[in-house]
Each structure stands twice: as C-alpha cells, then as structure tokens.
Design a protein around this ligand. Sequence first.
Ligand code: EPU
Length: 336
Amino acid sequence: MNVYKDYSLKHFNTFNLDVKTKYYYEVFDENELKDIIKVIQGANNFLILGSGSNILFTKDFDGIVIKYKRNDIEILHESENDVLISADANVIWDDLVNYAVNKNYYGLENLSLIPGTVGAAPVQNIGAYGVEVSNVIEFVEGYKISSGEKKILYKEDCAFAYRDSIFKNEFKNNFIITRVTFRLSKEKKINVSYRDLQNYFKDVSINLITASDIREAVIKIRKSKLPDLALFGNAGSFFKNPEVPITTLELIRKDYTDLPFHKINDKYKIPAAWLIEKCGFKGKRIGNVGTYEKQALVIINYGNATGEEIKNFADEIKKAVYNKFNINLEYEVMII
Ligand code: EPU
C-alpha cells in the first residue's frame, strides 16, 4: 500500500482541477483493502476513486481518497452461446470493451469510449446509444465497509435505474467495488435503435453489422459530438435527462413543436441538452467555464477554472431551465 499526504488530484479528475486530498491511499490487493476498510470504518470523509471522470471537486478534499489498483480481466465461464467475463475495478472501461469486441463477444460495443473504470460503471449505471451497463452485468463483487464483509450483488440486488443504482443510494459510502462480472453473448446480438446509429447504418443491411462495426460507429459519433478530454477538461453530461409527466411535455410542446422526447413507461424523457440550448446556453462561455459548442449538456473547463466556478455556472443553467420550463435538472456528475 502507498500512502501520500496532501496529494494533488489534478491528474485524477477529468475537469483537471488542481485540488488536494489530505490522504491518498493506493491499495494493491484485497488484503490491503481489508486493512484500509478498518481505517475508514470510523471515518466519515473518504472517497473511492476510479478515474475521476464523473466528479466535480469544489474544494480540497479533507479526508482519504482510495484507489484500488487491480487490473485483471478473466474469462470465468464459457458456454456455446455466452461467456462470463470478470474485470477488476481498476480496468479502464474502454479497454474491457475493446477486449470483448476483439473476441466477438456482444453486449458492450454500444458503450465504447466512455471514460472511466470498470468499478465505476455500475455505480451510475453508465449508458449510451441505447444500452445501459446493467443490461449485461451478472454480478458485482466488493466489500461492505460497515461490516468489512465481502459481498456479491447480483444484478437484481443492484437497484439499477437510469444513471442510478444501490451504490448511489443505500450503499453510498458503504461499499467498495472490487470486480464486476458481465454476461456477454457469443451469438450476434446488436442494438442499433438509437437515432444516431440508425442514421449511421441506414445504407447497411442489419445482418452485416458486427460488434466491431458498432464500436467503430460509436467512436466516430462520440468523437464528433463530445469534447476531447485531452483538450478540454469535462465530465461528459453534467445533468441527467429529465423524465416528466405528460402534462409538462404538452405544456412545452404548445410553444415548441420541435421538442424531442422518448416515452418511458408513463413518463417522457426529454434531452436536457435541448432545454439548455433553448435557454441560450449552447456554446456559452463565462470566464473559464462554458458549455461545449456541439453538445450543450457538457460543461467545459477552458483552462484555469475552479470547481466552484464550474458549479456556479452549472447552477446558472439550472436556474435558467427552471425559470423557462419549470423543470428541475438533476446533476449527473457527483459534486464534492
Ligand atoms: N440536443 C440538443 N442540443 C444539443 C445536443 C443535443 O437539442 O446541444 C438534443 C437533440 O435533439 C438530440 C438529443 O438532444 O437528438 C439527444 O442528444 P445526444 O444523442 O447527444 O444524447 P444526450 O441525451 O444529450 C445521452 C447521455 C450521454 C450519451 C448519449 C448517447 C445522459 C445524461 N447523457 O446524452 O451520456 O453518450 O445520450 O447515448 O443520459 C454521459 O452520461 O456523460 C454521457 C455523455
């Protein structure tokens, strides 16, 4: 185990904010993890960090940041039709997607190029292009902090919902994910229902599309719409897409017939990016902070912004959307 004091997290958060943590623990195996669990059992200020791609630090962190460093991918079981693959929490998410696609295993390809680690994926149930990671998770392994016991949570136990899970609620600050196991298909199973993918493959016969084609398409689409992390600090979508009742939808559609929406059970999901754009915030910049010119849902650190500046800018957006549409946007990014 390595322990560092007053450690900069600048390279551990994708907004590139130069904040410090009081302690930074690098933990290399499960025995070390059990030791550190004893340390944090009484503490109330600790954070398990993946690659910091969905987090906004508004100040220095007066506590313990833990980085679990195991990085293996293992095939647990293989049958004629599917395969169980386990990956340690610190595996880079897109490395796992790449590994699966190269082996022609289906299920992860729509989630190509999402920043972050495997351990963070179930926490907010990452999703893109018509697929959520909960679709392919078999179980999640980790330690319950309060009791120190090892636990396996099957998919049904994880309370997965849109950008949500038990790890953000009941188990918040009380669980360390060490490994995630996925059930992927050896048979071809593709999902090109998302509009951008439909457009991309409009001239291609569906029988000819492979996992690798979808990965290539998703990478191209993401690169054309989302800012390059190497150039602009950001954390992807800053807000969740709100789900509203029919009354709200109809009220907005009276003035804006172009409102895009997607029915989910008895609610209507509308793109936060559209709402933000209609409030005049697309590409808007105030000082060091702005929204991306091609995707209004992404807030960018143009250089030397502080976390507080970014939070204030996000709150301006929240206020504008509330005033214009009476909708309360929720953060998708974790704010600390
Ligand atoms: N739109 C606008 N203005 C914009 C951008 C988009 O009006 O500036 C409208 C368009 O009508 C567009 C619709 O919003 O068709 C949807 O846009 P897009 O396909 O870019 O997706 P999104 O709803 O903005 C969500 C996820 C993304 C994910 C994409 C693709 C959330 C909060 N975000 O964004 O996830 O990559 O779908 O599936 O659900 C992330 O979570 O960090 C993330 C990037």
